[in-house]
Write a protein that binds this ligand. Structure first.
Ligand code: SF4
Ligand code: SF4
Length: 247
């Protein structure tokens, strides 16, 4: 027999002065292979057309449908209701600006953070569209690709104690991104340049290391390894500069 699901959904429209934050309850019959993405679309089509939430690809590629599902950030399109209890509470991701109900503006946050950490390859080499593609060892290319799989969903940021308390903390997303550039031989930044961006309290030294970020990442990006390596590398650069000053 199928279950009757009870959804408690956060509702608030910051654009509407009459709107006050509250939760609405919806009931829905569970069907086989029902995801939260499908359930929310059903609720919007059949019960409340004003319900706001984001989605685009429904296959964990676009990163739009991040929300807090029974207290844990995750993607609605990847979450089967059969993996949840019959009562499901949905909240918008914290840290990001609320657009309305479950919809948040992750884009502004990611754009600002990407600019802050200068999230691009720094090189003096001029781009020649006629040149043959530069070679890179397969193993290295694969290691870089492993970290490039981030879809900027914001779940790691929303789960992070430091990011929730401090607006200036760049979060696991940015630390992983920086680790990817450090690994890339085409990026000509020096140790001191990386240190300036992430060797600070806004970067790796603001991280408490409890790894909620890794627990919730829907792409299973090895954040634990990258944060550990970055911490060691930044610590080493700091020590090196102290000994250099003394020598
Ligand atoms: S390990 Fe660091 S980046 Fe990850 S959730 Fe904890 S404080 Fe945030
Ligand atoms: S690192 Fe994982 S959780 Fe964080 S934004 Fe990228 S895909 Fe999402």
């Amino acid at each position: 027999m199928s279950r009757q699901l009870k959804f408690n959904i956060f509702r608030y429209n910051p654009q509407d002065p009459a709107s006050v934050p509250h939760a609405d309850t919806f009931l829905l019959e569970e069907t086989p292979s029902l995801t939260l993405f499908i359930a929310l679309n059903k609720l919007r089509e059949e019960q409340d057309p004003s319900l706001m939430f984001d989605f685009a690809c429904r296959m964990a590629i676009c990163g739009s449908c991040g929300m807090v599902i029974n207290g844990r950030p995750g993607l609605a399109c990847r979450t089967l209701t059969s993996d949840l209890p019959a009562e499901i509470t949905l909240m918008p991701l914290p840290v990001f600006k609320l657009v309305g109900d479950l919809s948040v503006d992750t884009g502004t946050w990611f754009r600002a953070t990407n600019s802050k950490i200068e999230s691009w390859i720094h090189t003096d080499q001029e781009f020649d569209p006629q040149a043959t593609e530069e070679r890179m060892e397969n193993a290295l290319a694969e290691s870089i690709f492993e970290l490039e799989r981030c879809i900027e969903c914001g779940c790691c940021v929303a789960s992070c104690g430091t990011a929730n308390m401090r607006e200036d903390f760049v979060g696991a997303f940015a630390l992983n991104r920086m680790a990817r550039f450090i690994m890339d031989p085409r990026d000509k930044r020096k140790d001191a340049d990386y240190f300036e961006v992430v060797g600070t309290d806004q970067g790796i030294f603001g991280c408490m290391g409890l790894l909620a970020c890794e627990d919730v990442c829907p792409r299973s990006i090895p954040l634990q390894d990258q944060l550990g390596l970055l911490r060691r590398k930044m610590g080493f650069i700091a020590l090196k500069s102290i000994f250099k000053r003394k020598g």
